[in-house]
Design a binder for this molecule. Structure first.
Ligand SMILES: N=C(N)NCCCC(=O)O
Ligand SMILES: [Zn+2]
Ligand SMILES: [Zn+2]
Length: 310
């Protein structure tokens, strides 16, 4: 395995701009995990800027270290993780951008890598699910978000960051018996949004459930629903409270702490995770890399979970 540049030999703030200062994909013969930047934000409904997310998450990942004590693994030693760079996604043509994202993710996955997409806005979950469906058939979606993202259209547009999981459900890409949202909160357009969402195949762990029932119960609920098949993990960074992730486009008060989120992610060990995205990091609204660091740790903890399958 080729791991990250050692922070005790080359200063953290020097060295390659790859995620965690890992090798580039073209520097390794094969990869278990490919981290790919998806700089695209033409699907947003409010604050723009998630196109700068991949570079920001990479910059905020320079302090990650080799050993994960809570999980008891060294993700970069147990897995060959490499940075595949960014896909070139057309900012003026959403369907074309989604096609390019699907193709890029699919070709990385066909080479045998688990793909971690760094967003970019949440529209990108749709091409990722199209790519994975081609390889695995319908997958369960474990979706961390303040928002349902199963709305229908905005201004008549079907492909936006508020609609990827409705499209994915309509297209038969997801397992409607095993998908779920975690962290849902905030105002909806109407009560019918929740009925539509349930019909599209999602169970819900609300942000408020963390307050009343705690992390262990949330983990228990999601493990029960997700076991028995492939799982796609999609993390919209706005699942975190704006205090823990100010750098995002559609923030909602009352979200998870980063400790709650990371603890929940570690509870996924043993599930068959076939793909991951971390989206909606918009650095223009970030401060002191708070959001970038949270996103980098989300990726790191999910890599640790993947490493437990070794
Ligand atoms: N996927 C994210 N972050 N937000 C969706 C919000 C869609 C809306 O403004 O109704
Ligand atoms: Zn969201
Ligand atoms: Zn979202």
């Amino acid at each position: 395995m080729i791991g990250p540049v050692d922070g005790r030999a080359v200063p953290r703030y020097a060295g390659p701009p790859t995620f965690a200062r890992l090798p580039r994909l073209d520097e390794v013969s094969r990869a278990d995990v490919a981290i790919v930047g998806l700089p695209f934000d033409a699907g947003v409904s409010y604050r723009p800027g998630a196109r700068f997310g991949p570079a920001h998450i990479r910059q905020s990942s320079r302090l990650l270290r080799a050993y994960h004590p809570a999980v008891g693994v060294s993700p970069f030693a147990d897995l060959q993780v490499a940075d595949a760079g960014d896909l070139a996604l057309n900012p003026f043509d959403i369907p074309e951008a989604l096609g390019a994202a699907e193709l890029g993710i699919r070709s990385l996955a066909e080479d045998g890598a688990r793909v971690v997409g760094l967003g970019g806005d949440h529209t990108l979950a749709l091409p990722a699910l199209r790519a994975l469906h081609a390889l695995h058939g319908p997958v369960a979606v474990l979706h961390f978000d303040a928002h349902l993202d199963t709305w229908d259209t905005y201004f008549g547009a079907p492909y936006t960051h508020g609609t990827p999981f409705r499209r994915a459900s309509e297209e038969g890409l997801i397992d409607r018996e095993r998908s779920m949202h975690v962290g849902i909160r905030g105002p909806l357009y109407s009560a019918a949004d929740l009925d539509d969402d349930a019909r599209l195949g999602f169970a819900v762990v609300r942000a408020d459930d963390y307050e009343t029932d705690g992390v262990a119960r949330a983990v228990d609920r999601l493990r029960r629903r997700l076991t028995g098949g492939p799982v796609y993990v999609s993390v919209d960074i706005d699942v975190l409270d704006p205090a823990a992730a100010p750098g995002t486009g559609t923030p909602e008060a009352g979200g998870l702490t980063s400790r709650e989120l990371l603890h929940t992610l570690r509870g996924l060990a043993g599930l068959d995770i076939v793909g991951i995205d971390v989206v909606e990091v918009a650095p223009a609204y970030d401060h002191a890399e708070i959001t970038g660091i949270a996103a980098a740790h989300v990726v790191y903890d999910l890599l640790a979970v993947l490493a437990t399958a070794r």
